[in-house]
Ligand binder design. Structure first.
Ligand code: G4P
Length: 535
């Protein structure tokens, strides 16, 4: 494999809100030399502009709405100084669950994932949902159990919970010694090294190497009780869990688990060092037509995210392109497969922690920011050197909340239409048009998205909208089994008030209650009701 491809690690950190994703990201940047002081990201999160938070709205609210990318070169402990460093690409994801769909899409652009779990809370709803997407895509996963400096659940209970709730086998690669006030440190099973804990938010903790089999050495460092406990625990770990096999992890059959405290900078370097060694380099990507290998000579990539208004002085968007194969170069003409247009990018950007810079080339695994001043891109767009192929994205999920969107300023109808179109292209929410009355319905995952849409329509498109309530339970995409077209037509006629079209012109049934939906499923047994847009 080409060295530039082999050294890349493109991944996302995901968690339930508050488990410590931002804190862990920040500590990784600290080790990567991208920021000098810990707290730089965190302390700015709410008050000022945070490193990874761009939009005005999130400044106001102190939540991370958009997805950004952070990159750094990294040489793990023990590597030859002359060795080629790893290139770490972290794709940040929104911290708020109303933007879960954004996170799902980001998962289409990563080669692996680190899941952060709060040691006291265990597996939470958002973690479960995100893991479902990882399982669907067979994405390799490493789990970091955070906040070990607080009293939490028993580590063995936590591992059982992970296996059960996330439906994946686990293998601890580090083990905590005590927890909460009695937290002494972590034994690194992978490297067979003991790391002692000295709480420090600002500095990287020194490693103390202890041979746990040397008589008295462990006792001298952690005390008699902890030493006995650790030896017993490790024996049990070895007895219960199979030996760690990297291929099982790469096949997404097993998830290695690390323990630590991101806030106190503990267990993070162990995680990062092991991560760069075992995590996959860019993998093959599935297109409708064929499987694309990163080592192919010709460039291909897809847009997984569009962010508006990064710089409020230039009202432009940035489309994030994941390079899947070949080499992306500046000013080279590329084909936008959906439109057949040839596009050339004079200032593609790459993102460092706190800045962005123009680049001349990018390799598979990299994320390139492509400036877009006029709605050129849609989520899922494929770029190639001329080949007609379409990378498979992630299906849209049936939204959780619905509202009619109405024009609140009749003089600005065009602006509103343009704004809605572009926001939908960015994947901010889903639009359905009721076939009965022609009204537009916006479907979202959470309330916050409605507020973002309204805010952005006003600030970016100078248009005003009004929301009107609609009581809907689910929107489902419908199709019939072959030969039952008449039944489908009959269904559409019967439910004409509840039929809508999505933006691609597909039929969508708007069920106003769970009862109505299950009755429809019973009465029309040859019609399939889908809760994702791809079937
Ligand atoms: P998120 O991005 O997953 O939403 O979580 P974030 O990193 O913002 O962390 C959520 C809270 O948990 C923060 O506290 C953070 O300081 C705390 N935290 C993160 N890692 C650890 C850890 O290892 N141990 C302990 N004890 N706490 C941790 P906050 O009160 O919301 O913010 P702040 O006032 O501390 O900045």
């Amino acid at each position: 494999m080409h060295a530039e491809i082999a050294r890349r690690r493109t991944f996302a950190i995901i968690s339930h809100p508050d488990a410590g994703k931002t804190t862990l990201t920040e500590k990784l940047l600290l080790f990567g030399g991208q920021i000098q002081v810990a707290g730089a990201v965190k302390s700015n999160k709410i008050k000022k502009t945070a490193t990874s938070d761009w939009m005005e709205i999130e400044k106001q609210r102190g939540i991370s709405v958009t997805t950004s990318v952070m990159e750094f070169d990294y040489l793990p402990n023990g590597a030859e100084p002359s060795a080629q460093p790893y290139k770490v690409n972290i794709l940040d994801t929104p911290g708020h669950q109303d933007f879960a769909e954004d996170t799902f899409r980001t998962l289409t652009a990563v080669d692996s994932v680190i899941i952060v779990v709060d040691g006291a809370k265990g597996v939470e709803t958002q973690t479960r949902k995100l893991m479902t997407v990882c399982r669907m895509r067979k994405t390799p996963v490493i789990i970091f159990i955070n906040k070990m400096d607080r009293e939490g659940k028993d580590p063995f209970d936590l591992l059982d919970e992970l296996e059960e709730e996330l439906q994946i086998s686990v293998r601890p690669l580090s083990w905590p010694i005590g927890q909460g006030a009695r937290f002494k440190g972590v034994y690194n099973i992978y490297e067979q090294q003991l790391n002692l804990f000295t709480p420090d938010k600002q500095k990287v903790t020194e490693k103390v190497s202890v041979d746990i089999n040397a008589p008295g050495e462990l006792e001298a460092n952690v005390g008699e009780d902890h030493a006995t406990h650790l030896r017993d625990d490790l024996e049990l770990v070895d007895g219960v869990y199979p030996e760690f096999n990297v291929d099982d992890y790469l096949n997404a059959d097993i998830a290695p688990v690390f323990f630590g405290s991101a806030l106190n900078n503990f267990g993070v370097k162990e995680l990062l060092d092991c991560f760069v060694k075992i995590a996959p380099s860019p993998r093959t990507t599935l297109a409708e037509e064929r499987t694309v290998n990163p080592e192919e000579s010709k460039f291909s990539g897809f847009i997984f995210k569009i962010t508006a208004n990064i710089d409020p002085n230039h009202r432009s968007c940035i489309a994030f392109c994941k390079v899947c194969s070949g080499r992306f170069t500046r000013n080279t003409p590329y084909l936008q497969v959906r439109t057949g247009k040839t596009l050339r990018f004079s200032s593609p950007t790459q993102f460092m922690a706190q800045r962005k810079e123009t680049i001349d080339e990018a390799w598979p695994g990299d994320i390139v920011g492509l400036p877009d001043s006029g709605g050129t891109f849609k989520i899922g767009d494929t770029l190639t050197e001329g080949e007609i192929m379409h990378f498979r994205g992630l299906p849209s999920f049936s939204p959780e909340m619905f509202k009619y969107i109405e024009n609140a300023d009749p003089m600005k109808t065009k602006q509103l239409q343009k704004g809605i179109d572009q926001l939908m292209d960015e994947g901010v929410a889903q639009l359905f048009v009721n076939q009965f009355n022609g009204r537009k319905i916006i479907g979202t995952v959470g309330q916050l998205q409605f507020e973002v849409i309204q805010y952005r329509l006003e600030n970016e498109y100078n248009a005003r909208c009004r929301w009107e309530p609609i009581s809907l339970y689910k929107a489902c995409w419908i199709e019939c089994q072959p030969g039952f077209e008449a039944e489908l037509e009959n269904f559409k006629k019967r439910k004409y008030q509840y039929m809508a079209k999505d933006r691609d012109g597909r039929d969508v049934f708007l069920a106003d209650s769970g009862y109505v939906l299950s009755m429809a499923q019973q009465d029309f047994e040859h019609i399939r009701f889908h809760f994702t847009s791809e079937f």
